[in-house]
Design a protein around this ligand. Structure first.
Ligand code: NAP
Ligand code: MG
Length: 455
């Protein structure tokens, strides 16, 4: 078995080496999960809930250690990493309450009683990316376990360390052997094997639209359930009547958070034409003063990109003749640094406005009036998130209803809450994570009719 060298993107140094799993390891993990399933689904709901609470406690105890690991491996500011591991803990706590709330229905029918049950699927394959490694894993692992499934989790090769820790912590917290199995290896081998494996009932995937398309096609052969969280090119719509200071204060976090490597990034800033100059004037000092540097420095607001490949792919969107209106700063190497950049004005038809850059590059796109704002926001293959800034409440709701996206916020740049559904319209995905909705994607409904001899 060859080795995975895990690189720290802020230093370009190897921070860990581990064996690279292949098809054999995936098959063995699926077999362990399959063997563990009958006992795990049979654990009493309150006991399954207690185990998830125990896991949340164990993760909370290790929060600082996990946050540091994630900050180093994914290159994210330590403050952000703490927030993310905090959300991991919250996610396990939220779904710890779910096993006792997986309610069925009784449905009035003739001649008997009809009832429904929410049954676990069996072995589920979870494939996650490198941008929010443990957070996105937890969004899948927690509801899958709560519903009584066993898991094979494949982290991204670039960031496998926190998932490997999760597996250890789960065992220490009392999760039975075989219920959660982590396999670290390449997506094209390990991910692909999970997708084709006949004993895997479902794939939950977060990553690129391109790989998601292949997973949906591959899953068709065995009619696997599939949920997909894919790319985005979300609009941050700023009307001239908005609190421009507040909109400009929130805009950098909305697109440069996680160095722009965020599927929810509001990378198209649509600004009503009469407000463009004022908005850019308010935005500029906030971008120029963003503290880009060492992820472990408490003051850091943005870290490096994940890899050299990612940096060259982002750089390709900023050619020498690009309309750079604002440019922040970044350290010189080593490290995969890239200064935050705002391009303005950009037409929605240009490549930088159409494609997911997945780096700290924002496009400011002027618009005239509400109808054009909606049309531009929707002129994309994606539909994940977005924001609307206005003081007109009726307009805020009209626009929120008209924008084709799964997760919108008004006068805010936030996308994600543990208790509310998250997911995409159009080519941004299928299905929802978090909130009560996620549980539906880790269960099948069984309908049972009991003839009682009545007429
Ligand atoms: P990706 O290739 O879609 O990877 C996501 C996950 O899928 C990783 O665990 C990857 O494994 C695995 N994978 C890759 N090929 C696979 C296959 N054929 N079958 C099954 N699983 C497979 O994403 P990426 O290469 O890391 O990033 C590329 C672009 O994807 C980014 O620039 C961005 O546009 C988008 N992206 C979106 C999100 C999001 O949150 N929606 C997250 C990350 C990336 P390995 O990486 O270990 O090979
Ligand atoms: Mg890839």
């Amino acid at each position: 078995m060859s080795a995975i060298e895990v690189i720290e993107p802020a230093t370009e140094q190897v921070m860990a080496e581990l064996p690279r799993a292949g098809v054999e390891e995936v098959d063995a993990a699926v077999a362990r999960a399959k063997a563990a399933f009958p006992a795990w689904r049979g654990v009493a709901p309150a006991d399954r809930g207690a185990l998830l609470h125990g896991l949340a406690d164990a993760l909370a105890e290790r929060l600082e250690e996990l946050a540091t690991l994630e900050a180093r491996n994914a290159g994210k500011p330590i403050g952000d990493a703490r927030g993310e591991i905090g959300m991991v803990v919250e996610t396990f706590r939220y779904y710890a309450g779910a096993p006792e709330r997986l309610l069925g229905q009784t449905i009035p029918v003739a001649g008997g009683v009809d009832m429904t049950f929410r049954e676990p699927l069996g072995v589920v394959g979870l494939i996650v990316p490198w941008n929010f490694p443990l957070t996105i894993a937890a969004w899948k692992v927690a509801p899958a376990l709560a519903a009584g499934n066993c898991i094979v989790l494949k982290p991204a090769e670039l960031t496998p360390l926190s998932a490997i820790e999760l597996e250890k912590i789960a065992l220490e917290a009392g999760l039975p052997e075989g219920v959660l199995n982590v396999v670290a290896g390449p997506g094209s081998v390990c991910g692909a094997r999970l997708v084709e494996h006949p004993d895997v009932a479902k794939i939950a995937f977060t990553g690129s639209t391109e790989v998601g398309r292949g997973i949906a096609a591959g899953a068709a052969a065995t009619i696997k359930r599939v949920t997909l969280e894919l790319g985005g090119k979300s609009a941050n719509i700023v009307f001239a009547d908005a609190d421009l200071e507040a909109a400009a204060a929130a805009a950098p976090g909305a697109v440069f958070g996680n160095a722009g490597q965020d599927c929810c990034a509001r990378s198209r800033i649509l600004v009503e034409r009469s407000a463009v100059d004022d908005f850019l004037a308010a935005l500029a000092p906030r971008v120029e003063s963003l503290r880009v540097g060492d992820p472990l420095d408490e003051a850091t607001e943005m870290g490096p990109l994940i890899s050299a490949d990612q940096r060259s792919s982002v750089a390709a969107y900023v050619p020498d003749d690009a309309p750079v209106a604002i440019r922040g700063t970044a350290p010189d190497g080593p490290g995969y640094w890239f200064a935050p950049i705002v391009l303005a004005p950009v037409a929605n038809s240009e490549r930088a406005a159409r494609e997911e850059i997945f780096g700290p590059v924002a496009c400011v796109i002027p618009f005239d009036g509400e109808a054009e704002a909606i049309a531009l926001a929707n002129e994309t293959i994606y539909g994940l998130s977005g924001s609307i800034w206005t003081r007109d409440g009726g307009r805020a709701l009209r626009v929120a209803r008209a924008v084709e996206a799964g997760v919108l916020s008004i006068n805010s740049n936030t996308s994600v809450r543990v208790s509310t559904p998250f997911g995409g319209f159009k080519q941004s995905g299928v299905g929802r994570e978090l909130g009560p909705d996620a549980l539906e994607h880790y269960t099948d409904v069984k309908n049972v009719y009991y003839a009682t001899g009545e007429d």
